[in-house]
Design a binder for this molecule. Structure first.
Ligand code: C2E
Ligand code: CA
Ligand code: CA
Ligand code: CA
Length: 287
């Protein structure tokens, strides 16, 4: 079944070929992988669209699998969510990222007017419903000596659609402490825009599909109007707007003109090891 493509997840015999990655094989290997330290984090810079300075980074987890090499999060996060391993894995990502933020601060001080480099960490819906979320986050920040306002937790729009108060309570508590909450992949779900006021979010992360529609310069007038409208609404609600998936200078320029605040994408840097961010921020600091 290995060369059949298509449905090999279901067809593969675990013993037939070690190179075939089965869903089952990956799932059962996850807990030991966490114990053995096979996960690592890459950081992708968040850049201020107005002045081009690096303001922080998003933490993106990878798995260095002993047989299959580096696996992206789309390969294993859904499996970890299914088995519940996402809770300890997510906690590990948060702890590593916050410690990294501490190291950046030690290296660059408070970073002048822009403040210390901030760290964005993705939160799975399963972590949201886990009762330990708030206390774990408080403990991790305290242990690392990092202020809550250096942390931004990214939650997808779809995770919060129709969210009741029980689900929002931990996010509200974190927001009250000063942790930023970003609504990730914004524009892909069907959330009622007016509903935004109810959510304890301070950042909208526009989905990559909007950035892709800015490929041409000038972009499609309807797409421009939509993004313009979202930015106006976000700003009127005191939300910052981050755009992701920026791959070209034309996109960056278009999105800057539309009033977006922060950008992320290959145009600036691919996700990479933490030292890469050191270099980028250093270039930035010295002009
Ligand atoms: P996301 O949160 O939307 O992250 C952005 C994704 O876009 C990342 O994919 C990033 O590498 C990719 N990207 C960045 N710039 C560009 C660009 O210019 N062009 C294109 N085409 N892509 C770009 P990645 O690293 O494969 O992560 C995929 C998803 O996995 C993330 O989507 C996020 O939902 C999830 N994820 C990653 N790390 C974690 C984590 O620690 N915990 C949880 N729960 N989810 C995570
Ligand atoms: Ca994200
Ligand atoms: Ca996103
Ligand atoms: Ca995404």
């Amino acid at each position: 079944a290995k060369s059949a493509g298509g449905n090999r997840f279901e067809l593969a015999d675990p013993e037939a070929d070690a190179r075939v990655i089965t869903r089952h094989g990956l799932t059962t290997a996850l807990p030991a992988a966490l114990e053995r330290g096979e996960f690592f984090i890459e950081y992708q810079p968040l850049v201020h669209l107005g002045d081009g300075s690096v303001r922080g980074a998003e933490a993106l987890v990878r798995w260095l699998h002993p047989q299959h090499g580096v696996l992206g999060p789309d390969r294993f996060i859904p499996l970890a969510e299914h088995t519940g391993l996402i809770v300890p894995l997510g906690r590990w990502v948060l702890e590593q990222s916050v410690r990294q933020a501490r190291l950046w601060r030690e290296r660059y001080g408070e970073g002048g007017a822009a403040g210390p480099l901030r760290i964005n960490v993705n939160l799975s819906p399963c972590q949201l419903t886990h009762p330990g979320l708030v206390q774990d986050t408080v403990d991790i920040l305290e242990r690392a000596g990092v202020a809550p306002d250096a942390l931004c937790l990214e939650v997808t729009e779809s995770a919060l659609i129709g969210a009741d108060d029980d689900l929002l309570k931990p996010l509200r508590r974190l927001a009250e402490m000063g942790v930023d909450i970003a609504l990730d992949d914004f524009g892909t779900g069907y959330s009622n825009l007016a509903n935004l006021r109810r959510l304890p979010v301070s950042v909208l992360k526009l989905d990559r599909s909007f950035t892709q529609s800015m490929q041409q310069f000038p972009a499609d007038p309807v797409d421009l109007k939509i993004v313009e409208g979202i930015v106006a609404l976000a700003h009127s609600l005191d939300l910052a707007v981050t755009v992701e998936g920026v791959e070209t200078g034309a996109q960056a320029e278009q999105l800057r003109i539309l009033g977006c605040d922060t950008a992320q994408g290959w145009y600036y840097a691919r996700p990479g090891p933490p030292e890469r961010l050191h270099e980028l921020a250093l270039v930035d600091a010295t002009g």
